[in-house]
Design a protein around this ligand. Structure first.
Ligand SMILES: Nc1ncnc2c1ncn2[C@@H]1O[C@H](COP(=O)(O)OP(=O)(O)OP(=O)(O)O)[C@@H](O)[C@H]1O
Ligand SMILES: [Mg+2]
Ligand SMILES: [Zn+2]
Length: 297
């Protein structure tokens, strides 16, 4: 055994000029190439953001992805939330075994051919309490993007934790040609203030804003199916107009959404005839029309 090699491999090497050693550079180069190859096979990458927590980002991410699948598109969902990866919970995918094929880690096949990958698949319950430093998150996200075997996709929908932290920042850097962000808000004023921050974040990073979705907008009456205004409705649309970004639509508060997620059922798939499911299908219409985006590097 070559001890010198054994002791020095796998660590970040610096030569005496403080530059990265050749093996480190080579590793980064290979990873960058793998990332580029994988991303080149995905026509559209969509980020789902919100300024505030609990507004229904993950619910929106899953349901727009499945609505796209129902339109015959090849879709992947990537859950990039380190602190509360909720996609495995929403879709009851906990405990699924990941397979490493010869082309990388295979995502999990869900309904309508939608493929799912979550940071949560790699984390033990107790890891959730770990404080992840920014560079660690970037490394993991890069590996996920480079090593997950998505194959050819029309859309990759990426779910994030709330806010404008390391996760969306890393993805914005790693996928400079992403098609843009869908920003989720609720009708309450506080959430709208936060949404402005998300829009500013996108503008600074030159991420196109595909549009705003106002979630939990009015309540579907379980008796007659009519929509009752619980909170103020329409703030999302007004704010989108003020900020000069598209408005993709309002999703009402629908008790069946909670029931569906409790049962690990994708809502739009099982309750396609509801007003909320039609609202999801309407919201994706402009996204389905996206043209390929070319960015000069
Ligand atoms: N339109 C809706 N009607 C009823 N319940 C909803 C609706 N949208 C989301 N919910 C429920 O609200 C809760 C929060 O949703 P979700 O986890 O998608 O939010 P989030 O923004 O991703 O949260 P976090 O910031 O923690 O990531 C869930 O229980 C979900 O089922
Ligand atoms: Mg979430
Ligand atoms: Zn009623």
């Amino acid at each position: 055994m070559d001890c010198k090699k054994q002791h020095t491999s796998g660590k970040r090497q610096k030569n005496n000029k403080g530059q990265n050693a050749p093996d480190e550079k080579l590793r980064t180069f290979i990873e960058d190439m793998a990332l580029k190859d994988r991303m080149a096979r995905i026509k559209h990458k969509i980020m789902v953001l919100s300024g505030k927590g609990g507004v229904g980002k993950s619910t929106v991410a899953v349901n727009i992805a499945i609505a796209m699948g129902l339109e015959g598109k090849q879709v992947g969902i990537l859950d990039a939330d380190f602190h509360g990866p909720s996609i495995p919970t929403l879709l009851h995918l906990h405990g699924k075994f990941l397979k490493a094929g010869k082309n990388g880690i295979d995502p999990i096949d869900f309904v309508e051919g939608v493929k799912v990958m979550s940071i949560g698949f790699f984390m033990a319950q107790e890891d959730r309490a770990v404080i992840w430093r920014g560079p660690m998150k970037i490394g993991v996200i890069k590996q996920l993007l480079a090593e997950v075997n998505w194959g050819d996709l029309d859309f990759l929908v990426i779910d994030f934790p709330p806010g404008t932290g390391d996760e969306p920042l890393s993805v914005a850097q790693l996928i400079p040609d992403s098609d843009g962000a869908v920003i989720v808000t609720t009708p309450q004023d506080l959430s709208l203030v936060d949404v402005r921050k998300s829009i500013d974040f996108c503008r600074q990073l030159k991420i196109p804003v595909l549009g705003v979705i106002e979630n939990m907008s009015g309540l579907v009456c379980p008796h007659c199916g009519g929509v009752i205004d619980v909170f103020k409705r329409g703030g999302g649309e007004k704010m989108a107009a003020e900020m000069g970004v598209p408005f993709l639509g309002s999703i009402p508060v629908e008790p069946l959404i909670v029931e569906a997620s409790d049962n690990g059922e994708p809502f739009v798939y099982h309750y396609g005839k509801t007003a909320a499911a039609s609202a999801f299908s309407d919201a994706i219409k402009p996204i389905l029309l996206l043209k390929n985006r070319k960015v000069s590097h």
